[in-house]
Design a protein around this ligand. Structure first.
Ligand SMILES: [Zn+2]
Length: 140
């Protein structure tokens, strides 16, 4: 197992770093166990990750709905050769596309944070339960 090995010095192990109680909400810090290194890695908190994923997912659904709705308006106007202006549906489709790209990016950031949290939480568990195991006994 080297997933939680410090990427900077490559000898230390990243351990959960307990901060002062007043600023534990937004981020969690892992710190290298090598006293000469003390490299820190910050991972986003569960609240940030969950809100990023939820808000981008809900926003994405809304933007996708708006896009499909305006697409059907646009198609109807074209099919009926209507005199109605196609500027508005095109404009709204463009706006919803911009939202979809932005929300997709937010979703990727949230999922990246989630995978980092999983990696470090798994590392922290391994460290607790296998603290006395020899490295060579790991079956990886
Ligand atoms: Zn280190």
């Amino acid at each position: 197992m080297s997933a939680y090995r410090c990427r900077k010095c490559e000898t230390g192990v990243l351990q959960p770093y307990i901060k002062e109680s007043f600023d534990t909400e937004n981020t969690e810090i892992f710190i290298c166990s090598n006293p000469k290194c003390r490299h820190r890695t910050v991972i986003p908190s569960a609240v940030i990750v969950i809100s990023q994923i939820l808000s981008s997912f809900m926003g994405g659904l809304f933007a996708a709905y708006l896009f499909i709705q305006q697409l059907s308006v646009f198609v109807t106007i074209i099919q009926l050769r209507s005199d109605a202006s196609i500027t508005k549906p095109i404009l709204l489709m463009s706006i919803s596309m911009v939202f979809l790209v932005g929300l997709g990016y937010t979703l990727m950031v949230g999922l990246d944070g989630l995978s980092r949290r999983r990696l470090f939480q798994k590392a922290a568990e391994n460290q607790v339960y296998h603290a006395h195991d020899d490295e060579s006994s790991e079956t990886h």
